[in-house]
Design a protein around this ligand. Structure first.
Ligand code: NAD
Length: 415
């Protein structure tokens, strides 16, 4: 996994789009690299009294369409190129959903699993102390990503507000409800993904009520995907997994019970009345819908020929390599590309920003309806482009998004 440079993957995808659109080479040059990035060293007092210096990043990829937006990931394997790739994808994602935002991403190289709550709080605040001049409600608005959560966002918002000398709820999204969060944010990524799965199922003739689903990763995205697939569609969840491995059952699994089991034992493995399955084998199961909801580069040229799912719904960012993309397309697998499928998170994050600005908060039902509308329109814009240009769904998503970013750059006189 570490051998594949994610930013090179993102650049390769853009190059392909530039070829399809016959994009002006000067515009292409600008879009291949981030506009700006900040590298910081973050000293944090650890519980044993020593000081640890963590490396952190914030990358603002392109802000032609508005302030940049993107999550902050805490991960031991974080690299600047991963952050660059994720920032690029945020740019395309916000444009595809027609949000008035550009793309950014942040990251800190750390292992949250080995840190206490106190250490995590000090790290979160210290990160803001290093990047506060670079971010802001009208500049760049972070959000949660892997191993960061609403509590992390609350600490960061509080630290930024202290520096600003006033409450600045709009500086960050994904906050808890009582400090300016939006109703419906917690399950928004999965819920948005489900809107695209529903539309894809119509396109592919899959009956969701009888559909089988396998999900890799059982965190925020994976758990809610399982829960909603079962409860909204009535689909059967036959396999789920996490870092330690997976479980399979012919009889539909109960997402809520598995979550309780994972909370107790720290993993989905050994869930009663299931058989163990590896993360690799889970991807190759004969199911209707496969949902990668963990990390990047899991579907590669090697295993893509063995993927039997009719629909691959990419809730994770970057789970499929370009080589695998070609194989899946040739084999007729309908891929809902990451920056379409997982755009529900940033869409509700955008709603959260709007509510923070207005100081007026919507009910859950209103958030869900607005989310569904945005996701459905975005899915069909991609499907239409894939048919018009005779290209795969990822290339089509790029075509729609890149055209919008280029239009903004032209109108602003950048190119
Ligand atoms: P999370 O930290 O809540 O959960 C990640 C899950 O993946 C955990 O269950 C972990 O055990 C599992 N995992 C990690 N490495 C794995 C591996 N090698 N094999 C199998 N499982 C593994 O993270 P999340 O927020 O659910 O994010 C998951 C993916 O979805 C990421 O790619 C993230 O960028 C993407 N995403 C999340 C959101 C969001 O709002 N949460 C929004 C957009 C995209």
């Amino acid at each position: 996994m570490a051998e594949i440079n994610l930013f090179k993957v993102a650049q390769k995808q853009l190059d392909e789009c530039a070829r399809i659109l016959n994009l002006d080479s000067n515009v292409h040059k600008i879009l291949r690299v981030p506009m700006r990035e900040l590298h910081v060293s973050i000293p944090v007092r650890m519980d044993d009294g020593s000081i640890e210096v963590f490396q952190g990043f914030r990358v603002q990829y392109n802000d032609a369409r508005g302030p940049t937006k993107g999550g902050i990931r805490f991960h031991p394997d974080e690299t600047i190129d991963t952050v660059r790739a994720l920032a690029a994808w945020m740019t395309w994602k916000c444009a595809l959903l027609d949000l008035p935002l550009g793309g950014a991403k942040g990251g800190v190289i750390c292992n949250p699993k080995q840190m206490s709550q106190g250490e995590l709080e000090r790290l979160s605040r210290a990160y803001v102390d290093q990047v506060w001049q670079f971010i802001g409600p009208e500049k760049d608005i972070p959000a949660p990503d892997v191993y960061t959560n609403p509590q992390t966002m609350a600490w960061m918002m509080d630290e930024y507000s202290k520096i600003a000398g006033k409450n600045q709820f709009g500086v960050i999204t994904g906050k808890p409800l009582s400090v300016g969060g939006s109703a419906g944010r917690e399950d928004s990524t999965a819920r948005g993904g489900l809107c695209t799965i529903r539309e894809a199922a119509k396109e592919c003739g899959v009956d969701l009520k009888n559909a089988t689903v396998a999900i890799q990763g059982y965190g925020n995205a994976g758990y809610y995907a399982a829960y909603l697939c079962k409860n909204l569609f009535g689909s059967e969840i036959v396999a789920v997994s996490d870092t330690k491995g997976g479980v399979f059952s012919k009889k539909s699994l109960d997402p809520e019970k598995i979550r309780e089991h994972k909370a107790k034992t720290d993993s989905v493995i050994n869930f009663p009345n299931t058989r163990p399955i590896s993360n690799e084998d889970l991807l190759e199961l004969e199911v209707d819908i496969l949902i990668p909801a963990a990390l990047e580069n899991v579907i590669t040229g090697k295993n893509a020929p063995n993927i039997k799912a009719k629909i691959v719904a990419e809730l994770a960012n970057g789970p499929t390599t370009p080589e695998a993309d070609d194989i899946l397309y040739k084999n007729g697998v309908h891929v809902i590309p990451d920056f379409l499928c997982n755009a529900g998170g940033v869409t509700v994050s955008y709603f959260e920003m709007v509510q923070n600005f207005y100081m007026y908060y919507w009910e859950e039902k209103e958030v869900y309806e607005r989310l569904d509308k945005k996701m459905t329109i975005a899915y069909h814009s991609v499907l239409d482009a894939s048919k018009e240009y005779n290209i795969n769904m990822r290339q089509a998503a790029y075509v729609v998004a890149v055209k919008r970013v280029v239009e903004a750059m032209k109108l602003r006189g950048w190119v």
